[in-house]
Design a protein around this ligand. Structure first.
Ligand SMILES: C[S@@+](CC[C@H](N)C(=O)[O-])C[C@H]1O[C@@H](n2cnc3c(N)ncnc32)[C@H](O)[C@@H]1O
Length: 389
């Protein structure tokens, strides 16, 4: 039986706060949800299934396929268990292996030591059998192994993603404070935007929120732009089959008749966003323009308007930002009646200056900054007068 047909546990990791959205995604792809953790969801399937998961998952960071679970109290125990795994079944003897880990074991002060012990075990096994060994190092572009070692329980995974799934490959021009792609996708899911509704993203920066929305609108797999994943470096990977899967994935699955609008006052941001959208294959779906957020056109149809203003942690001055947040509130009140408004921010003090009562506050983390997606129902004045916080 091919390695790719063997069923095992699969752990999909994500940033804190994203688990509920990842869970929904996994279930909607038809996979069972076995358990959920603060930063991940456990499902099950074959290595073949990890191909689909890597291509389609929008909110997760890594798809980890469980190889072995065992008890290990010390690094020597770890070595003994690792040297007995038939690594030659999984990886090429003259390949390249990157070992990563998360270790919480009293006998290990430095996680790098667990990685080193594991590397020694793999290399010794290859050397003993074939007289040659794979090289190893920090690059994640070939075979990647992940060790999760908590107390005396150790789980060994193949990282079938390799590089994080947040790296979709469409961000071509670096810009200050971009939102991670996986976070942007989660924020859109949290806004409950329905494809078909208008989607407006003033202050779009490098365009991540608009691009992720466009990918969702046409049901395009977020992994389609990438040419390299960890699963491609596992023995038995079937290239022609992969080309077929990718070809099928490239077919547009849904027609989008709504409107996606993205604006920013910085022409360089719009130029970058357009280039990124073109790389993602969705440029034709987004109306880009350079303007102050308050001049962003709001079509009569209903939908979602979402902004990610600076929040003073990485750029921008707090005093100026207070005024910006107040003006966002004014814009919502005066121009966006009928829409659902959202502000993604890591500064609740600044958020108070919006002057509207948030109906929802969804927690997220941007790197290690605690953030909120604040949701506002923007009724026209007569239906409900927005009240000050
Ligand atoms: C935190 S960044 C947005 C990052 C974006 N979510 C991304 O993924 O790249 C904030 C953006 O707001 C823009 N901005 C700030 N004040 C603005 C204003 N008054 N009108 C329009 N854009 C503004 C900045 O140029 C910057 O690109």
């Amino acid at each position: 039986m091919s390695l790719f047909a063997l069923k095992s546990s699969i752990l999909i990791t994500c940033a804190k706060g994203i688990t509920p959205f990842l869970k929904e995604e996994i279930a909607s792809l038809g996979f069972p949800v076995r358990s959920e953790q603060i930063a991940g969801v456990e499902t099950e399937g074959t290595l073949e299934d990890t191909i689909r998961l890597n291509l389609s998952i929008r909110t997760g960071q890594r798809v980890l396929y469980l190889l072995r679970s065992f008890t290990a109290r010390t690094p020597d125990d770890l070595y003994k268990k690792m040297v007995n795994i038939p690594w030659e079944d999984y990886f090429q003897k003259n390949g390249y292996v990157c070992i990563t880990s998360s270790v919480d074991n009293p006998s290990v002060k430095d996680t790098r030591f667990a990685n080193l012990k594991s590397k020694d075990a793999i290399v010794d096994r290859f050397y003993e059998r074939f007289g040659s060994r794979p090289s190893s190092g920090p690059k994640r572009d070939q075979s990647v192994i992940f060790i999760y070692w908590k107390k005396d329980r150790c789980s060994i995974y193949v990282d079938t993603s390799g590089e994080s799934l947040a790296r979709r490959g469409y961000r071509k021009i670096p810009l200050a404070a971009p939102m991670q792609e996986t976070l942007a996708a989660s924020v859109i899911l949290a806004s409950r935007w329905k494809s078909g509704e208008t989607y407006i993203n003033p202050m779009c920066g490098s365009g991540t929120l608009a691009i992720e929305a466009a990918l969702m609108a046409i049901g395009r797999d977020p992994g389609i732009i990438r040419n390299n994943f960890g699963f491609m470096h596992v023995n038995g990977f079937d290239k022609p089959r992969w080309r077929k899967i990718k070809g099928l994935s490239e077919i547009t699955k849904k027609l989008y008749r709504g409107k996606i609008i993205a604006t920013d006052r910085n022409p360089r941001a719009i130029e970058a966003a357009q280039r990124n959208a073109a790389a993602a294959g969705v440029e034709h779906l987004i109306d880009f323009s350079v303007c102050d957020f308050s001049d962003t056109p709001v079509p009569k149809e209903t939908g979602v308007i979402i902004m990610n203003p600076e929040y003073g942690e990485r750029m921008g001055e707090i005093n100026e930002l207070r005024d910006t947040y107040k003006k966002i509130g004014d814009y919502f009140k005066q121009k966006c009646a009928g829409y659902r408004g959202y502000i993604f921010t890591g500064n609740m003090e600044l958020a108070k200056h919006v002057g509207l009562r948030a109906q929802s506050r969804t927690p997220f983390y941007n790197s290690n900054i605690e953030c909120r997606l604040l949701g506002y129902d923007l009724y026209s004045g007569s239906r409900k007068t927005p009240s000050k916080k």
